[in-house]
Write a protein that binds this ligand. Sequence first.
Ligand code: ARG
Length: 469
Amino acid sequence: MSEPKNHKMWGGRFERAPDANFYEFERSWRFDRRLLPYELALDRAWARGLQTARLLTVDECAQILKALDAIENRARTDQNWLDQSNAEDVHHFVEVALIAALGPTGAKLHTGRSRNEMVATEFRMFVKEAARAMSDALAGMIESFAIQAENHLQIPMPGMTHMQHAQPILLSHWLLAHAEAFLRDAERVQLAAARADVCPLGSGALAGSAFPLDRAAMARELGFAAVSANSLDAVSDRDFALEYLFALTVIATHLSRLSEDLILYASAEFGFAILPDEFSTGSSLMPQKKNPDAWELIRGKSGRIFGALTSLLVTMKGLPSSYQRDLQEDKEPVFAAHDDAHAMVRIAAAALLATKFNEAKLRAAASSPGLLATEAADYLVARGIPFREAHEIVGHVIREAEKRSQSITELPLEVLRQQSATFDADYFSAVTLEAAILRKSVPGGTSVESVRAALEKLQERLGSRVAAR
Ligand code: ARG
């Protein structure tokens, strides 16, 4: 591939062609060819806009639209054509092809417009579509949690804080906790898409177009909700890309937390989760191994997503107003982070759905009496003891139990009564795993009834989402 003798888009004032290495360095076609579908849609809208403004005749516009169709068809079938193109970027690629097909008529399409507004518009179209795909993937993720929660509604597990036994919860409650996080992610992705839903077309290079274009009509044709308010801002602004990347980093954070939980739960020490063969790998040395590689890779790849956000933030931070070529560095991190995050969510949804849970182990671990210490304090509170005092009494009960190598539910009543005369025979039926879970019946709590209500609400939200599509 050789450098162009005289670059067709801007070569007029240059005496010499660009250095071959520099041309390779500055070209964006290698990655911005991904914007080709949006470029073609934009070109069609622009051609119609020029015709409405009487800058193209009806016939010229028709010729251009036909040539754009031909370019689209060839791009679909002739991979070599794309691979071997020497274009500077996606805009240059289409312009060269158009002029090759139509000569001077093709050379009219760039009237009154700039690549600065084009790239901003096409990048927004990409982010909107990416956000739609991500929303679908997140809905699949949330559905996996809902199915697993429904299938394991009543299974208790030890709830932990600081990775220490805290209070018993339901496995379904743990599952729906993760689902809530991904529901917020879906909202964040939609907000980023709404931010991208503003059309810069008509902004020119920075000052606005010199021709009487119907910006609203072009925006409508391209599926945008609004036109941008300030041409200088429109060519400078990449907030929508940052916001989408931020949404992706939070998704990655949530996936990483889920991965961490499941990797621990699948370890021999926990034994709560059974890794599905389909989403695990073995060891070349140790025949017994089944490794949680799906979750480890999901956790590991989150680093790339954070890198993408950081990279674009740092690029943006150094820039003055208006278009700067630095902005060409905006696309690769967004493309890569979207592709990675989308794959991560899809794999996570499928791996979670295929995961089996060891109910016996979960129940046994949830039955550890240490998890019931708060219940014991609540037992005293229900009989009139101030909570802080009850906390202290149960602390002493725990010390006594440890001395005797017994649990707080095994201690004889007379030993309990040495700590507080309020303890009575009903302590043993009040302070149980079942009672502990049953009592957390506030909305959002871990009682079976509360979790069932949460699950129904979640299924409603999922259902209305599917209906809205
Ligand atoms: N390839 C460029 C980009 O991705 C397109 C805009 C180029 N504009 C310019 N004035 N050089 O940002």
